[in-house]
Ligand binder design. Structure first.
Ligand code: AHR
Length: 325
C-alpha cells in the first residue's frame, strides 16, 4: 500500500469516542474472523469529473476481492437522496462497513445514526459532513481549504500590483469541496486588490463550466482577466467558452484550477492553464487499510489527509509522463 502520501491529523480529545462504536460492531464481521471477505457498501458521488473517475478506480482496486473484500458499488449520480437510499440498503444487507463520499455536507445525521445503531462502521472518503464526528468512524480525504488557499495565494502573488478581475466557477453547491475551497481562497485574497466580479456553480462538470463561463463572458466581456475554477473539468469546459469569445486562455484570461488530472496538467503544460493545485484522488489503499482496522475493532484516526502539491507549467511538464490519472 502507498501510505507515504498520507499525513495523520491528530485526534481531538473527544474524537476517539467514535472508534469504540466501530470496535463494538466488528465482532461479527466476516473479514475479521477470517471466514470470508469483508462486505463493503460504497456509495460514490457520481461520475462528474476526471478526478472522480480516478477516485472510483482507486477505491474499486483497493476494495477488490483479491484484497479480502466483497464490494457493492452504488453511483449516486450527484444526488443525496440516492446516497441515503444506498446507505439504508447497505444497512439492510448487513454489510461489515460502509464507505461513502458525501455529495453535500449537511443532512446526514439520521442515516448515520441508523448505521451506528446497526453497529456498522462508516468511513467517509473524499468529502466531509457537518454531522457530529461520533456518528462516523473516520474520514480519508484531502484538505480542500488548503487547496483553495494555495490557489488564492497564487492569484494574490501573481496579480500583486496589477488589477485582477476574477470570476469563480464553484463546485457542487453545498459540497465540502466547494465550501472549503471557497473559504480558503477568500482567506488568501482578503486584503488584496483582487476583485471578484462573479462566482457561480458549475457543479464540477465540463459542460456546466462551459455554460457558466459563457455567461460570465457575455456579462463582463474583456474585463475578466483571471478565472478560478474549483476543479480541472470546469476549467477545461471554460477553455471552449474563452476561445469562442475570441480570447486566448492562459494569456487574456489566466486560469487557476484544482485537481491535477492528466487533462488539467496537459492544459497547463500547453499554456492554457497557468497554475494547478493538486487534489489527490488515489485514496483507495488508505480507505482499505482503515476499513480493515475498523472492522477488526482496532483504533483508527478520525482523519487521514492526502498530501497535495501544486504545479506551474514546468512542474506539469515534468509530472505528465508518469501521471497515473
Ligand atoms: O470532492 C473532490 C472534488 O470532486 C474534485 O475536485 C472534483 O473534480 C470532484 O468532482
Amino acid at each position: 500500500m502507498k501510505r507515504r502520501h498520507f499525513g495523520v491529523i491528530a485526534l481531538a480529545a473527544g474524537a476517539a469516542l467514535a472508534l469504540s462504536a466501530c470496535s463494538s460492531g466488528a465482532g461479527g464481521a466476516s473479514g475479521d474472523s477470517g471466514s470470508g471477505p469483508i462486505k463493503i457498501g460504497f456509495s460514490q458521488v457520481g461520475a462528474e469529473s476526471g478526478w472522480r473517475t480516478a477516485n472510483t478506480k482507486s477505491l474499486k482496486e483497493a476494495l477488490a476481492s483479491d484484497n479480502g473484500f466483497k464490494l457493492t458499488f452504488s453511483d449516486a449520480q450527484q444526488k443525496q437522496e440516492n446516497q441515503i437510499s444506498a446507505i439504508r440498503s447497505f444497512i439492510t444487507q448487513g454489510v461489515d462497513a460502509i464507505v461513502f463520499a458525501p455529495v453535500v455536507e449537511t443532512g446526514w445525521d439520521d442515516v448515520l445514526k441508523e448505521a451506528k445503531d446497526a453497529e456498522i462502521p462508516v468511513i467517509l472518503e473524499d468529502r466531509s459532513v457537518d454531522s457530529d464526528p461520533s456518528l462516523y468512524t473516520s474520514r480519508v480525504g484531502d484538505d480542500f481549504e488548503k487547496e483553495g488557499e494555495t490557489a488564492g495565494k497564487w492569484v494574490a502573488d501573481n496579480f500583486a500590483g496589477k488589477s485582477a478581475n476574477l470570476v469563480v466557477l464553484e463546485g457542487t453547491t453545498g459540497s465540502a469541496a466547494a465550501n472549503d475551497r471557497t473559504t480558503g481562497f477568500n482567506q488568501a485574497i482578503k486584503g488584496t486588490d483582487v476583485k471578484v466580479l462573479d462566482s457561480q456553480t458549475g457543479n464540477f462538470t465540463r459542460s456546466e463550466g462551459k455554460t457558466v463561463m459563457e455567461g460570465f463572458l457575455q456579462k463582463y466581456g474583456k474585463s475578466i482577466n483571471v478565472l478560478f475554477a474549483q476543479n480541472d473539468d470546469m476549467g477545461l469546459g471554460a477553455l471552449d467558452a474563452i476561445k469562442a469569445a475570441g480570447l486566448t486562455p492562459g494569456k487574456d484570461i489566466q486560469i487557476v484550477t484544482i485537481d491535477g488530472t492528466k487533462d488539467g496538467l496537459t492544459a497547463l503544460a500547453d499554456g492554457q492553464f497557468n497554475y494547478v493545485v493538486e487534489c489527490n484522488p488515489l485514496l483507495g489503499d488508505k480507505v482499505a487499510e482503515v476499513v480493515k482496522a475498523a472492522v477488526a475493532g482496532k483504533k483508527v484516526d478520525k482523519l487521514y489527509l492526502a498530501k497535495d502539491e501544486a504545479f506551474d507549467q514546468a512542474a506539469a511538464e515534468k509530472a505528465l509522463p508518469t501521471r497515473p490519472y
